[in-house]
Design a protein around this ligand. Structure first.
Ligand SMILES: *Cc1c(COP(=O)(O)O)cnc(C)c1O
Length: 226
């Protein structure tokens, strides 16, 4: 089966947009990992994406992601978990996810201790002024980085952030990048930056993103969550 033409068109448009933004930033698209966020979409959409050459997919809800990952076992995919994660589901998510972008508190790191296989993690940073939003406050990031470094099998890749709606995305990603620089003073290997979604990936590329998390611009409108 080949992928539906609208999906192929949207994927091509985003890949071209990424190439454009890279050219403007003096970067190579080879430096970037495109994670296509497939949350709430059926497994067939993921199969179609694999046919188009996608190798990284992102999910944000365990109850939705787990059966999909099980159904698609054997496809050449790296699974990224990008959503808020409850500590009591952490170990289960780590069974199919290779990368978790949303580590934002010490209790979650404790729950991930003793995972069965190596797991890459990003520290999610709260870039808003609202402490109720996901992500660790910027002034707590060093202690969280230390906790990851002290945990066997967890590999710290860098920081992740979502640009606040009420702020220019470029400025928000510049702050995220500076926080990533601070983390690197204690974890030099944590060089990655997970930033940029459908509406702001060009700004993220300009600020040094290494992992883009793009959903609707490629998948089209999301079905309502079940
Ligand atoms: C849904 C989601 C995305 C993708 O958002 P789009 O606007 O559809 O590109 C990226 N990151 C996170 C954390 C998400 O939950």
């Amino acid at each position: 089966m080949t992928a539906p033409p609208e999906l192929a068109d949207r994927y091509a448009a985003v890949t071209a947009g990424i190439a454009d933004a890279c050219a403007r930033a003096g970067r190579s698209p080879d430096e970037l990992t495109l994670v296509v966020v497939t949350k709430f979409h059926p497994a067939q959409l993921v199969r179609d994406l694999v046919d188009l050459g996608v190798r990284h997919v992102g999910e944000n809800r365990h109850q939705d992601a787990a059966p999909k990952a099980a159904e698609l076992e054997g496809l050449p995919l790296t699974w990224h978990f990008v959503g808020q994660l409850q500590s009591n589901k952490a170990k289960a998510v780590a069974r199919y996810a290779d990368v978790i972008h949303s580590v934002d508190r010490a209790s979650l790191i404790t729950s991930l201790a003793g995972v069965e296989r190596a797991l890459d993690v990003f520290l999610e940073i709260n870039l808003t002024d609202d402490p109720g939003r996901g992500g660790v406050a910027p002034d707590r990031v060093e202690e969280l980085a230390e906790a990851v470094l002290a945990t066997e099998r967890l590999r710290l890749r860098g920081v992740m952030g979502v640009a606040p709606l009420d702020e220019d995305a470029r400025g928000a990603f510049a702050r995220l990048r500076a926080i990533g620089d601070r983390v690197r003073t204690i974890a030099p290997e944590a060089t990655d930056l997970s930033a940029g979604m459908s509406g702001d990936y060009a700004e993220a590329i300009a600020e040094g993103a290494t992992h883009l998390r793009i959903g609707t611009a490629i998948t089209g409108k999301r079905p309502a969550p079940q």
